[in-house]
Structures are given as C-alpha cells and as structure tokens.
Design a protein around this ligand. Structure first.
Ligand code: PLP
Length: 429
C-alpha cells in the first residue's frame, strides 16, 4: 500500500489512529503487525542543524578546536577522519578526472571495480586476511547479519550457542530463534551487562553449529579482550565486531565469520562488511532470500546487485588512512591512550563520575559513565555541547553518559572532554 503524503495511515486498522505520531516528532512502530506512517504536512520543510555550535562559550579549555567542526562522541554514525572527509570532498564532483562523481558511476564499470578491489585489498592488508576468507561488502546493517548467519550456517533444527554480553548479542540471539535453535550459554543481563564471564565456566554445546559473541557491546561498553575457544565440533566462532572493527589487530583465522556495520570505525552507514571462511559458504537454507545468501555475494564479488557504492568508496579511503597511520598496531596504541585518559579521569573523580563496567573488560571504543548526582546529567550534556563536544548522552536504555571514542576521535577530543569533566566537577562537587 502506498503511503500518502498528507494522511496518516494505520495500515491494518484504518479506523484506529490514536497512536499515529505527529509529524514534528515522528516515531515508527512495527509491533503487533501494525505499521504507522507519520502525518505529513504539505508545508515546505527547512532543514537546519539542531546543535547550533557556531557560538560556543568563551571558557578556555585546552585543545579547543579552531575549526568549524565539533568533537562528535556519537556511537554511530560516528565521527570520520577529517583527512578522509577532505579527500572525499576534493574528489566528490569529479573523481580523478573521470568526469563524474563516484555516486554516478556504474558499479560494474572499471572505475568502481578498481575502487571496491582496492578497498578489499587494503582491508585484507590491515587485518592480514588470508585467501581462505571471502570479504563481502553488503547492505542491511549488522542487524541483517543476525538473520543471515543462522540462515547460511544452519538447518532449522540445528543448535547454536550465544554468549550474551549486552543488548546487541541479545538481539542477535532473538533473531536466530526464527531460523534455528539457539541457546544462551551465558548472559550478563542480571548484572546489567557489565561483565564477561570466565571462559572455563561456559557450558558450550558440542553439537552447536557455532558460538556467537558480540566483540564490543556498543551500548554497555563491554569488550572482549581475548576470545573464547569454540568447543563445537566444527570449531566455529562468530563475532559481531560492528563497534570495534579495525580498532586493533585481530587474528581472523580464529573466526568463522566476522561482521560489522561500517558506521562506527570505517565509514558511513549503509555498508556492512562480512569476512567469512570460504568453506562456510554455500549451505544456506532453501528459504534464504537471495540478498542474504553469502554464496551469491561471494560469487559476484559483492556486485550481485547495486552495492552501496559511495559508502564502499568511503570505507576504502578510511582503510587507506589506517594503513598510512602504520596499520592496526599503531591504531590500537592510540586507542589505548585515549581510553586510558578517559577511564582514569572517571576513576580518579572520587565517585563524581562512575563507569559501571568491570575494569578488565572496559571498551576502548564506547565509554559509558554516570554522574553521582544524576540530576546534573542533562546539564553536563548541555554544557558540553556548548563547548562543541556533542552526542554524549547515554543510550536511552541505560541512561547516563556515553563517550564513543572510535579511531577517528582525535586525542585532542578526549583531552578536551577530560578537562571539561574536571572543570564541571569543580563547579558542581
Ligand atoms: C555491536 C552492534 N551490533 C549491531 C548493530 C546494529 O547495526 P545496524 O544498525 O548497522 O544494523 C549495532 C549498531 O549500533 C552495534 O553497535
């Protein structure tokens, strides 16, 4: 059914419009089989920046930015390296004198094929990916992989193991329930997702087709520092690395599949990267939609249908930049330094700030923290925004604050945040 631009639709029950959201504050519900589209008005729409940081306060803090950019602590889509953005800007209109933008190129033409091939080759260099693995550039976000993985690796009655250390692992488990027989072998939910268990205590099912983990829980800030050895008979470990992809070296050979949405560490939203051991390809359930079948994408070098061309190009620029920085060992050193400064500031605040996550598994990428005086949290976010540090509000499901400090967050951004935190504490302690 096509949605009208002037009328709100409640598709299943046109008479019940009580929950239809207003245009000013649209929400989309897709529960219980009911779908709403927000009311549209025919008035012209003007688009403006909601944070409006052109006139930051004059408080002097170290490393204040002279440029017209903010320090963006968003969890994703997230900050991208300025160098990459500038390069993309310079090539946007006319890519390398070919007379058109990457957005306008045929995905099967020589130019785009060179772009995707270089992106893959640079990613292979960064992560030292052997020829036993396919690298796929897909669409649908990491969320789509929650379904694609069981569909490709399992028959409906097969058992699989999920180690759930946060909301994303839980979502992956719930989606798998539609396609196979998943079992949660450990969940950190009762401890508010602040821990990772000792691997010796895990009761893995030897008949499971795979063991699934979320390597870094973006919302809760819990990150695996080492990985469990899968005890299933095929020894398959699968990791959602959406929020720590390319933040440190990873031994890819320990995994059956690594997957990641690009929009945190390596590019814009719209690209999902799947690194899959080749022998796991080709066993999809018959009902698997063609767009979720790894075999189709692997055989067509990610060009079965029109891929997210511009996003892949941007990922390629990020990979190039990471290689120029000296590769993932160097990137990890920078990430350790940034996270260290921030966690120290929290731990040394005498309880004014608090990070709930077990110290041994604190994420280098997403740093959640609360204020002892929770009534000050809104003020903290407001004042930080004035100082050009944005998107510090924690995820709505956990509250508090969260600073996402992905690869592209400069050290200066973290130093500025820490200086602000100290100054805020001095004023409010
Ligand atoms: C760890 C993790 N997994 C999965 C997802 C879902 O990704 P997408 O929105 O690309 O489907 C996210 C998104 O934030 C995430 O952080």
């Amino acid at each position: 059914m096509a949605a009208s631009s002037s009328t709100a639709f409640l598709l299943k029950n046109p008479s019940n419009t009580s929950n239809v959201s207003s245009f000013k504050n649209p929400t989309f519900h897709s529960h219980n089989g009911y779908f709403f589209t927000p009311k549209r008005s025919n008035k012209p729409i003007s688009i403006t920046c909601s944070t409006q940081v052109q006139n930051p306060s004059t408080t002097t803090l170290p490393n204040s930015q002279s440029q017209d950019r903010v320090f963006n602590f968003a969890a994703g889509p997230a900050t991208l390296p300025e160098k990459v953005l500038k390069k993309a800007e310079s090539e946007l209109y006319n890519w390398r004198n070919c007379g058109m933008s990457v957005m306008e190129m045929s995905h099967r033409g020589k130019d785009f094929v060179s772009i995707i091939e270089k992106a893959e080759s640079d990613l292979r260099s960064l992560l030292n990916i052997s020829s036993d693995y396919s690298v796929l550039f897909l669409q649908g976000g990491a969320t789509t992989q929650f379904a694609a993985i069981p569909l490709n690796l399992c028959k409906p009655n097969d058992s699989v193991d999920y180690l759930v250390t946060g909301s994303w692992g839980d979502k992956a488990f719930k989606e798998a329930q539609k396609f196979c027989n998943p079992n949660v072998i450990w969940s950190g939910k009762s401890e508010k997702y602040t821990k990772i268990p000792s691997f010796d205590l895990l009761e893995q099912n030897p008949d499971a087709k795979y063991l699934h983990i979320c390597a870094n829980e973006t919302i809760h800030g819990v990150e695996f520092k080492k990985y469990p050895t899968p005890k299933n008979k095929d020894g398959i470990l699968i990791a959602d690395m959406s929020s720590n992809f390319c933040s440190k070296p990873v031994d890819v050979s320990k995994f059956g599949i690594i997957y990641a949405g690009a929009q945190k560490n390596v590019g814009p939203s719209g690209v999902t990267i799947v690194i899959i051991r080749k022998d796991l390809i080709g066993n999809a359930q018959e009902i698997t939609p063609v767009m979720l079948d790894y075999k189709i994408h692997a055989e067509n070098n990610s060009l079965y249908n029109t891929p997210p061309c511009y996003g892949i190009y941007m990922c390629g620029l990020v990979f190039e930049d990471l290689l120029e920085q000296g590769g993932l060992e160097e990137v990890e050193k920078k990430n350790l330094k940034k996270a260290g400064i921030l966690y120290d500031a929290i731990d040394e605040s005498g309880g004014f700030y608090r990070c709930p996550v077990d110290k041994s598994v604190r994420s280098l990428m997403n740093v959640p923290f609360t204020l002892e005086k929770s009534e000050l949290e809104a003020e903290f976010v407001k004042e930080a925004t004035k100082e050009k540090m944005v998107q510090l509000k924690g995820h709505r499901s956990v509250g508090g604050m969260r600073a996402s400090i992905y690869n592209a967050m400069p050290l200066a951004g973290v130093e500025k945040l820490v200086a602000f935190m100290k100054e805020f504490q001095a004023r409010h302690a």
